[in-house]
Design a binder for this molecule. Structure first.
Ligand code: ZN
Length: 413
């Protein structure tokens, strides 16, 4: 048996098993007792609901991932990649258009398989727990918009990468790194003005107590920004959030309309102070740097596998090509990606504590930060007691109880 085929199958199965083990441990870790800290915001019935929500979501993702892994393995073993390649080549176009048809065909197939699972999640699970506000019309329009945007941006990038690997010789990976990194940073730069408005409406926050309080706080921290916006998140879900987008003077503060509805002024400013903390402590810059370094590492390793005969035989391909090399390499990169994501989650959890501390110190109201965190986690029925292994693997934020403990320690100082 081909060694690459063994490696790819082992990687797919191991990566599913890892998630399965973490999820099962997480489910067994559910504790029936409501933590003292949450007695004022949860009643036992609502707390039980949060555990049912965890069970249903876990079951859904295990079934989805299990079936998708099985479909992928079936597709590899039955020579599905070669069939798509024969189809793409039947148009007798150049390498780049053929590559675009090949990639487009595979991505469409995979997305089509995901639609029923996504619909079940949005309408059945989120609906059952009262979160869903997405209409079937919005659901379909979102898919159409995401596909068009993905085809446009992905198409440009994929063409560039194929072209560079075809022309640039041994240093191609370095040029690809430069081009893709610039593209990634460019997307972050233009997203607030050009991409996000495709999906949501952003209206400047009206004058009033809240706007003044946010501006006063931002001013006291010397924080420059373009404006404060309200986003119509309630079109899709009742869950709430806030975030910053853009760089430097172009930065915008975005508040979900659902967040504004449910929180007090002090809680809202605390949430924004936390977000500002991420900028002030250079977390945003660090994450961007890590993203750029990861891209470089990926292209360096990819360059070692371009047109690798053995890898193409594993996928039952008749002809080698740069475009298919990129896809097949993606499977080999999964373990490295898992390790990188564990590392970036670890860093991100540290950053969350630092941003919480920044908010508590600079705004001076740790109590408001704590009550905002409590409201947010009740509001989204988040798991109060995740298993440490699940946290280690998947959590970009520390469990809420640990954040509250850290904030209380600060308040006591
Ligand atoms: Zn944060």
């Amino acid at each position: 048996m081909n060694i690459y085929l063994v490696a790819v199958l082992a990687i797919l199965l191991a990566s599913y098993l890892l998630d399965l083990v973490a999820d099962l441990m997480n489910l067994r870790h559910i504790s029936p007792g409501l933590p003292d800290e949450f007695k004022d915001v949860y009643d036992p019935l609502k707390y039980r609901e949060s555990q049912d929500y965890l069970r249903e979501n876990t079951k859904h993702s295990l079934v989805t991932d299990g079936l998708m892994t099985a479909i992928t393995i079936g597709f590899i073993l039955s020579g599905g990649f070669n069939s798509v390649d024969r189809f793409a080549r039947s148009f007798n176009l150049g390498q780049i258009p053929t590559g675009l048809i090949f990639a487009g065909g595979l991505i469409c197939l995979s997305r089509l398989c995901h639609i029923p699972f996504d619909a079940y999640h949005t309408f059945i699970i989120e609906g059952k727990f009262g979160f869903n506000r997405t209409t079937p019309g919005t659901f379909i329009m979102d898919i159409v918009k995401k596909w068009l945007l993905g085809a446009l941006l992905g198409g440009i990038l994929f063409s560039a990468v194929i072209g560079i690997f075809r022309e640039a010789g041994p240093l191609a990976w370095l040029y690809c790194w430069g081009v893709v990194a610039l593209f990634q940073l460019g997307v972050i730069f233009i997203a607030p003005a050009a991409i996000m408005p495709i999906f949501n409406k952003f209206t400047p926050l009206e004058d009033g107590e809240l706007k003044t309080a946010i501006e006063d706080y931002a001013g006291s921290q010397g924080f420059k920004m373009k404006g404060i916006f309200r986003m119509d998140a309630s079109r899709r879900s009742s869950k709430s959030n806030a975030f910053f987008t853009g760089f430097g003077k172009l930065r915008r503060i975005v508040l979900f309309d659902t967040l504004i509805q449910k929180h007090t002024l002090d809680e809202l400013v605390s949430v924004l102070a936390h977000e500002m903390g991420h900028y002030r402590k250079k977390h945003v810059l660090t994450s961007a740097l890590i993203m750029v370094m990861t891209t470089g590492l990926m292209f360096l390793i990819l360059s070692l596998f371009i047109n690798n005969r053995g890898l193409f035989e594993a996928f039952k391909m008749r002809d080698v090509s740069i475009y298919a090399s990129i896809f097949f390499f993606g499977f080999l990169f999964i373990p490295i990606q898992t390790m990188l994501s564990i590392f970036s989650n670890l860093l991100s959890r540290r950053h969350e504590y630092e941003a919480d501390a920044y908010a508590a110190l600079t705004y001076g109201k740790p109590g408001a930060m704590i009550s905002a965190l409590k409201k947010l986690s009740v509001d989204s029925l988040s798991n109060l007691a995740p298993h440490p292994f699940k946290v280690f693997l998947d959590y970009s934020h520390p469990p809420v109880l640990q954040r509250i403990v850290a904030l209380k320690k600060m308040a006591a100082i």
